[in-house]
Design a protein around this ligand. Sequence first.
Ligand code: S3P
Length: 443
Amino acid sequence: MTSLSSSKSAALTGTLKVPGDKSISHRSLILGGLAIGRTAVSGLLEGEDVLATAAAMRALGASVNRLDDGTWEVFGRGIGTLDEPEDVLDLGNSGTAARLLMGLVAGHPINAVFTGDASLRRRPMSRITTPLSQIGAVFHGRSGGRLPLCVEGATDPLPIRYTLPVASAQVKSAILLAGLNTPGETTVIEPEKTRDHTETMFRHFGADVRVEDLPEGRVITLTGQPEFKASDIVVPADPSSAAFPAVAALITPDSDITLLAVGLNPLRFGVFETLLEMGADIEISNRRIEAGEPVGDIRVRSSALKGIEVPAERAPSMIDEYPILSVAAAFAEGATIMRGVGELRVKESDRLGAMAKGLAAAGVRVEEGEDTLAVTGSANGVAGGATIEADLDHRIAMSFLVLGMGAEAPVVIDDGRTIDTSFPGFADLMRGAGAKIDTGAEA
Ligand code: S3P
């Protein structure tokens, strides 16, 4: 294990480019690997999660290569032509890779065995095996529907109409990916809107996807068996990753940073909306569209934040950002109450529990409910001085390193290795802007 520590930092300054969007990176390799011809992907996140998807797509028959200039080149053979993998597909720490690829395999007449690290093996999979069984796939797994799991893809996949019981883009995407090799129309109804990168990219590759906003929610209908045309992709910088330097700049006096080419998809932007409501000085410029996704530069300057209520309806648009928002809340005057955040319990770790425990250890007033978190900040600042167990969770590790940058005493993370799953180079990039982050000894 490699420990990391952070301590009170001077002003953060400069122009930073955080790595590519994780959600869009996974999808670009999967969809590129289904298109006939060459898809060039630039700005791909070269984190372990996405590299696991690249390896899995190769095992399923696609050609995926990194060129010297950092562009990734993907060649597929068309929907319906996947090879049966010769070995177990190990998706490491990545729930997105596992769930999206199980959906893809479920719609093809092949068998594949999926596994992952200790964190992924404890995450629930019945949320996807239930709808994918209706399509005709068969699953053999451990009790509780957890990995390792064998997927027997459907020989004659059936189109389904499915209402999501949890607001999850991974579940929606798994069903739509299974629907690609299914004749007829596959429909997903989402009572609460979730990130729409799959639908946007399906269209980019030439599929017919209809989206209607009806009283029952957003209704997404895919016409099956499209012919995907290879189409180049420019991956925006990940707003979920950008949130870490953004909050670091907000809580560190005299900071002024600009984050370049960040994805501004409204279904991902809840954390910036919330920070603005808390009084953050955030400006967006240079707005444009790349491969169907809105992108822009975000300037963040240190600000006096105040506590607010974050409504449950906002949760899907910032589901990965509650850990770092809780850090912002610890430095805000008054209480920040986050509602409707029960899904955090089944992420890479139980993030509600991890944040409550870590914040309390760092001297912050915090109350954890079944699906709420209340953090009360104070003008006296944050004590810090805690050692945090990252529990195989990259976002818990990065959040507490940011907390340590504003705290009175240093904060130690027991194991920072999982940061590479989503944000390779995090410590170096932050140090370059002025952060005090030290790499400790092997624990
Ligand atoms: C993701 C969806 C979210 C998010 C994850 C990435 C995606 O998960 O937490 O990091 O790329 O579709 P859920 O769909 O399970 O909420």
